[in-house]
Design a protein around this ligand. Structure first.
Ligand SMILES: Nc1ncnc2c1ncn2[C@@H]1O[C@H](COP(=O)(O)OP(=O)(O)OP(=O)(O)O)[C@@H](O)[C@H]1O
Length: 715
């Protein structure tokens, strides 16, 4: 029976099982066990800018997250029977693995997945329940949205909004330092979120670059409430020593008697600002005990070689004050002269990779941007008192209606129960196959998403030449399977289920220089591009006046920014040069009159079409385009483009005769030709091998789908 958690008249109490009790989880080293007052414990941190130096560990312990196996493609909630389609792997922490997940309405979420096998202790379960309850009660534009949580036989899933640009830590690793404009932009949103939390009496206690996520629009989303604490009253103090060494406030480490309160988050904000501008946290050291010694003595410096404004220095110094009560309040921080500097209205996703440049950020425009951002985050002028305390218990109860929480988190569940729950059902594989087959029989229009060809599943690569005639029993599945794979890939965010009913993109020429740079191509609309080996792309418009730069080209969260050639950022000089070079080469050596084919201009929505992936096999080369279309160029110059998630096809024969039609019709035509071939004694009727080509496409897509799935589940 599911355990229902009704809101009670009591304030939400974050389970404090670890108060005065060292928390021994390996989880991301966010908790420092038994930090001695004089810091005698020593351990070896990571070499560079580590957020989480290693604890003193007598024997290496497996991370609880390693118990979390990749969930099945279709996840069924035990709570209400809802089904979700599992997508790509997003990341791993100490406790959880995170996957993209899609519900039946097509909504995509990040599913923080925790293996039930890692929840054998009552403390761990209580801790997770605490995290869920606190996070569930949060509703702020700069806090990761909590959607719901549920369980299946093996895992607990926490559904969150997807933060497609990962964390500030990931961006920091690539960039090393941020500009003051970026730091200002991020900081105002962080302050707004922290003010909101504190207003609801929640201390985060683990604010750090790695727990600050970025959504697709480069907006801050604070996440991971695993160490959050709720203060029950104004005089309530917390005494647990917890946090991440580089970010931990002195009163947490050394104020055991007095405990700590909201101000620990302000300290972490100071560390975050320093790290964003200087490139590493202020007290970083190779030894954890040295970090603590430096924190105790507030021993840090501003390296002379790194230029930062006196306002930034002043703000950092005021936040890194040993006396928690002397630290400025959140609204005072937002009012600091540091925020009088240049403030952009938004950040382009290209700043994930390189230093952005702004033109004309005048003081009045910056002020307007600041006011707008501050208002949206609920901080700064006119946003009310700093840290408004809730006046009644109501304020700290979950906002959302009562939810059914995972049964396995009930205090009544024992470790043995959990183990029983997590044991894999016997003969699961056989059952899955049987179910798959009967599903095909019962519902020929809705075959399952799994590949059907066992050899392909095993090798992940096509194993047949397209001139082989496919076995009869496979033919009837052809259309359904292509459509199906299309849908599967669309579900994984790999191709779009297009709203365009016609095929738009078409690669007219290509040059494979992937041993050094990448795949160069020219599209039928006259644009030229290179898919670089680092998965970024640059596409040049047909008139060679502007270009688009794409990060993570092969990912659903690819970032695309447009520049004119005159304003090309410096970090793109080399890539731009290569694109022009490839273009000239293709124009000079490869020009073939493919453009005579009737292709529409694909760049009408302002963004240029680009290649998102490619695959070469012995018989064909396959290109995937940002329009969601997949093009197959066979070695004998026949081409087939599959679009609209497998519902539409364009067929171009060797003489460049082009036909575009629903895939069903192409399959029908192919079957007819095949029949005629058989009637004419098995010899080729028109040399098109159309059915075989489609079968080749099906198998390649199956193989590709399998490889992508395997790569995404490689954990
Ligand atoms: N909302 C999200 N959107 C995108 N990716 C996410 C999201 N939440 C988590 N991730 C990814 O999953 C990883 C693990 O998540 P998270 O850090 O919350 O797990 P954890 O085990 O609780 O972490 P920790 O060890 O810090 O306690 C993150 O580092 C990130 O890469």
């Amino acid at each position: 029976m599911a355990l229902s958690h009704q809101p009670t008249a009591q304030p939400l109490l974050l389970t404090e099982f670890y108060e005065n009790n060292a928390y021994k989880s390996d989880r991301a080293m966010s908790v420092v066990p038994h930090v001695p007052q004089e810091c005698e414990s020593a351990s070896k941190p990571k070499e560079q800018h580590q957020e989480e130096p290693k604890q003193k560990a007598a024997k290496p312990k497996e991370k609880p997250s390693s118990l979390c196996k990749t969930p099945p493609t279709t996840i069924r909630s035990k709570n209400n029977g809802a089904q979700f389609h599992r997508g790509i792997f997003l990341g791993e922490g100490g406790f959880a693995r995170c996957f993209q997940i899609q519900d039946e309405n097509g909504n995509v979420y990040a599913a923080k997945t925790i293996a039930k096998a890692s929840l054998t202790s009552a403390k761990t379960r209580a801790k997770l329940l605490g995290e869920i309850k606190v996070h569930q009660s949060m509703d702020h534009p700069n806090i990761v949205k909590f959607v719901e949580c549920f369980e299946d036989d093996v895992n607990v899933y926490i559904l969150l909004e997807v933060c497609s640009n990962k964390t500030l830590m990931d961006m920091h690793r690539r960039r090393k330092r941020f500009t003051e404009q970026e730091a200002r932009y991020f900081l105002i949103q962080i302050l707004g979120a922290v003010k909101y939390m504190h207003g609801r009496r929640v201390i985060h206690r683990d604010l750090k670059l790695g727990n600050i996520f970025l959504d697709h629009g480069m907006n801050i989303k604070i996440g991971d409430f695993g160490l959050a604490a709720l203060l029950l009253s104004d005089t309530d103090r917390k005494k647990t020593i917890c946090g991440t060494p580089n970010y931990i406030a002195p009163e947490v480490l050394f104020g055991k008697e007095d405990g700590h309160s909201f101000e620990v988050d302000l300290w972490s904000v100071g560390i975050i600002l320093y790290a964003m501008l200087i490139g590493k946290p202020p007290f970083q050291s190779k030894e954890v005990n040295l970090i603590y010694k430096k924190i105790k003595a507030i021993e840090y410096e501003f390296p002379a070689e790194i230029k930062i404004s006196p306002e930034a220095k002043d703000l950092i110094q005021s936040l890194l004050n040993k006396d928690p009560n002397a630290r400025p309040s959140l609204d005072q921080i937002a009012d600091h002269p540091f925020f009088h500097g240049e403030m952009p209205s938004h950040l382009p996703s290209t700043c994930l990779e390189g230093v952005p440049h702004w033109k004309n950020l005048t003081p009045s425009l910056s002020r307007r941007n600041y006011l707008k951002l501050a208002a949206a985050a609920g901080i700064g002028p006119g946003s009310g008192d700093a840290n408004p305390a809730p006046t009644s218990d109501m304020d700290v109860r979950p906002r959302k209606p009562a939810k059914i929480l995972p049964e396995c988190l009930s205090p009544k569940v024992s470790a043995t129960n959990i183990r029983q729950l997590t044991e894999p059902p016997k003969q699961a594989v056989t059952r899955k196959l049987t179910a798959m087959v009967s599903k095909i029989k019962e519902s020929p229009n809705k075959p399952p998403l799994r590949p059907l060809d066992k050899n392909v599943v095993a090798s992940g690569l096509p194993h047949r030449s397209f001139t082989d005639v496919p076995p009869k029993e496979e033919i009837y599945l052809l259309r359904e399977t292509i459509e199906n794979i299309g849908r599967g890939l669309a579900g994984k965010g790999i191709i779009e289920a297009s709203t365009h009913k016609t095929i738009r993109g078409f690669v007219s020429q290509w040059v494979d220089y992937s041993n050094k740079y990448g795949m160069g191509y020219q599209l039928a609309d006259g644009c030229s591009g290179v898919y670089f080996n680092d998965t970024t792309s640059v596409v040049l418009s047909a008139n060679v006046r502007n270009f688009d730069y794409i990060t993570d080209s092969n990912k659903p969260w690819a970032g695309q920014a447009t520049y004119t050639l005159d304003e090309a950022p410096q970090f793109l000089t080399k890539k731009l040069y290569l694109v022009k070079h490839f273009r000239e080469y293709m124009m000079e050596h490869l020009y073939i009159p493919e453009r005579a084919l009737d292709h529409r201009d694909t760049s009408t929505d302002g963004k240029l079409v680009y290649m998102t992936d490619y695959l070469r096999t012995k018989q064909a080369i396959m290109f995937r385009l940002s329009t969601g279309e997949i093009q197959f160029n066979f070695n004998d110059h026949h081409k087939i483009v599959i679009g609209d998630a497998g519902r539409r096809a364009k067929y171009i024969d060797a003489a460049r005769n082009s036909t575009e039609l629903p895939l069903t019709q192409l399959v029908h035509r192919a079957k007819k030709i095949s029949k005629l071939e058989q009637m004419s004694g098995g010899t080729s009727y028109d040399n098109d091998h159309l059915l075989q080509r489609l079968e080749f496409i099906r198998i390649t897509l199956v193989g590709w789908y399998t490889r992508v799935s395997a790569a995404q589940s490689k954990v």
